[in-house]
Design a protein around this ligand. Sequence first.
Ligand SMILES: Nc1ncnc2c1ncn2[C@@H]1O[C@H](COP(=O)(O)OP(=O)(O)OP(=O)(O)O)[C@@H](O)[C@H]1O
Ligand SMILES: O=C(O)C1=C[C@@H](O)[C@@H](O)[C@H](O)C1
Length: 275
Amino acid sequence: MIVKTNGGLSVISAFVDGIGSAISLDLPMYTTVIESDSDKIGDQKILETLEIIRNKYSINKKYSVEIKSQIPQSVGLKSSSAMTLSLLYAILRLNRIYLKEDELLRSAAEISLKNKTSITGALDDISMCYYGGLTVTDNFDFRLIRRIKIENTPVIIAYPKFYHRSTYDMKDIDFKKYKKYIQKLELLLNSKYVYETMVLNGYLFGSLFGYDPEIINYFLGSGAIFSGISGKGPAVFAIYEDNEDRDNAASKFSYQNYNIIKSRINNDGINIIYQ
Ligand SMILES: Nc1ncnc2c1ncn2[C@@H]1O[C@H](COP(=O)(O)OP(=O)(O)OP(=O)(O)O)[C@@H](O)[C@H]1O
Ligand SMILES: O=C(O)C1=C[C@@H](O)[C@@H](O)[C@H](O)C1
């Protein structure tokens, strides 16, 4: 079975009060899961996740798992949520276990706590990978608040070539002191100012974890209507009004330490592309 899902961007990071929001990008991850005589899994975190799923659902089978992905890892573009959800989705389907949507999403969030790829369970990111478009969730309460479709706006993503961080390393930071600021962002998002909220969210988390104003400055000067850090970064997003502006900005981008990806916002949820 091959499952396709996408990466995305943070709109509100849920670390402060559990309210989180994410938006889906054309950034596919293909996860191939096949029953096998023995486990054939190249990556320790995937194996750990598989073990958690097998224990949770009393499954005794072995699997070969292969991930092909355009989502850069560990830069704030939701690769771990895409991996955890895809693997759970495929294993449940292969075993003909059908959960209600809210149960499936909650289960994926619980697994992403257990496999230590998230701090809050990242239900916002998992729901975004599942539904596409924009999601808003209460991660502390494992509850989807709302989801909406978003226009397929052109985007550029830039991320440093040599960088490594782990989400789990951040679990001891005192995020609660930013509550008043984050509550204002929640109000802004309720009023549908999605990109404004993203920028201001990145302003807080970028200032905490370090960001590169020069890259943001380049994008704003190249015709972007918004640019900022995706959540805790270090990936930077730039939103364009049309493909021409985006493509011009991408072709003139000359920062040697960064990779860039041309993408767009999408509304594509998870799907099985090969049974
Ligand atoms: N392209 C890939 N190939 C193989 N495994 C992958 C790939 N992308 C993600 N994974 C799996 O997902 C795990 C978590 O990914 P990653 O470390 O990027 O998550 P993250 O730090 O939460 O990233 P993000 O900030 O994008 O959410 C990896 O350890 C790996 O097991
Ligand atoms: O680890 C987590 O729980 C999270 C990680 C980031 O993607 C955040 O954007 C998200 O809201 C929560």
